[in-house]
Design a protein around this ligand. Structure first.
Ligand SMILES: [Zn+2]
Length: 213
């Protein structure tokens, strides 16, 4: 293993821990991959909690999905990752997670419209929602296929989200941004047309000012 692959393994582990720490996945949810030289990708294995994962747990696989190196099985969602790499030469890394707010949006059909916030539009562009597909099957690449060429972030109905990037960290940050934006959209929709909470009475404020003196 060369130093470049060692660095990529460390970066994937860092991202796995961030995904768990930020609540974007639970236990062994989600998967992270990146290109790793000629004809190979580096990908997280299935069934290992992301927060406990070590660099040696990662495996390498061919673009046909065959295990090349490692003692564990590649993620069951490897077909989804490979579809992105085959169709987006500019993409270096792929992150799949189950962010709670984003996933809730897909359950109720709440629209994720990135044109609501300038910074979200600039960093994510259009965020389409792919139809439901049975996880780990060929249905998943088929469901995302119409969107892969046109977006760097896709919501997966009843499942979660998929983000891509030119680095492992960029793909991760797009996932974090997606969930953060979804929370803001949710807060805004709850608050719209609501009244501001009632302010305290002047005499109560005066008592508080007395405490400050
Ligand atoms: Zn998943």
């Amino acid at each position: 293993m060369d130093s470049q692959e060692r660095n990529l393994r460390c970066e994937i582990i860092t991202v796995c821990r961030k995904l768990e720490a930020k609540g974007l996945i639970a236990a062994s949810d989600g998967n992270v991959s990146c290109r790793a030289g000629e004809g190979r990708i580096l990908i997280t294995p299935g069934g290992v909690a992301k927060g406990d994962m070590e660099a040696g747990d990662l495996v390498t696989a061919s673009y046909e999905g065959e295990l090349l190196e490692g003692t564990r099985k590649p993620s069951s969602e490897i077909k989804m990752h490979l579809h992105v790499y085959r169709n987006r030469p500019d993409v270096f890394a792929v992150v799949h997670a189950h962010p709670p707010m984003v996933t809730a949006f897909t359950l109720v059909g709440f629209p994720f419209n990135s044109k609501v916030l300038p910074e979200v539009w600039l960093s994510l562009g259009n965020v389409p929602t792919a139809p439901y597909a049975t996880p780990s099957t060929d249905e998943v690449p088929q469901a995302i296929a119409p969107h892969v060429g046109r977006s760097n972030a896709i919501l997966l109905r009843r499942h979660g989200a998929l983000t891509f990037g030119s680095s492992v960290m960029q793909a991760y940050m797009r996932m974090e941004k997606l969930e953060h934006a979804a929370k803001i959209f949710c807060y805004a929709s709850v608050l719209e047309d609501r009244k501001c909470p009632a302010v305290m009475a002047d005499n109560e404020i005066k008592k508080l000012e007395g405490i400050l003196k």
